[in-house]
Design a protein around this ligand. Structure first.
Ligand code: HEC
Length: 175
């Protein structure tokens, strides 16, 4: 592999900025998930899917954490900062929406958790993407792991059921 090419964290959307409104996003972004969906529909993958970290969380507590810690950047209604696909002059992306028009639901629980706990740059470094100028701060020390799972569960709870299922399907199966 060649040296560090700046890689958008989500090839499904950041690299295709023309895909925006929620209906189109769902249709277009469904493609990469199709095998998982088919498997789930056939009842093959569903019982072995992991990703239970967001189950049985305290959604109300998560909503409070969101309002306090996340809303300033990601929007009180999870609606994002303007032009969230366009980096600023320092190459830093604005905060994306966390509702279903964004790409939060494209990622598995581990990435969402690490992105929140360790911040964007560190979460990506752990995945081999170095020197990414991330605007997402680390909440390690500010939020407990439970706070982080609660806030992620709150974010997930705002998505349509179908989107929740797709995100669930992005988690690796139990080994
Ligand atoms: C100072 C502004 C800021 C705050 C506060 C903030 N974020 Fe972010 N966040 C960002 C930016 C900017 C990105 C865009 C990605 C990047 O540049 O790395 C991002 C990306 C993310 C991502 C990965 C992208 C995605 O949509 O999946 C997650 C998950 C996330 N934030 C969760 C949170 C949570 C949860 C909180 C509150 C606990 C929070 N953020 C608070 C700025 C912020």
């Amino acid at each position: 592999m060649t040296a560090s090419i700046p890689t958008p964290i989500c090839n499904e959307c950041t690299a295709r900025p023309q895909v925006a409104p929620s209906k189109n996003v769902q249709i277009n972004a469904l493609k990469p998930h199709t095998p998982a969906l088919i498997a789930a529909l056939l009842g093959l993958a569903a019982p072995v899917l992991a990703g239970h970290q967001l189950e049985n969380r305290d959604i109300a507590a998560g909503e409070a954490v969101y309002a306090e810690q996340c809303a300033a950047c990601h929007g009180a209604n999870l609606e994002d900062q303007p032009d969230w696909r366009t980096p600023d002059e320092n190459g830093v992306l604005p905060a994306p929406p966390h509702d279903e028009t964004g790409h939060t639901w494209h990622h598995d629980n581990a990435l969402l958790f690490e992105y929140t706990k360790f911040g964007g740059a560190e979460a990506l470094t752990r995945r081999g993407i170095k020197d990414f100028a991330s605007g997402m701060p680390a909440f390690d020390g500010t939020l407990s792991d439970d706070d982080i799972w609660n806030v992620l569960a709150y974010i997930r709870s705002t998505w349509p059921k179908r989107v929740q299922e797709i995100q669930q399907g992005r988690n690796p199966p139990h080994g």
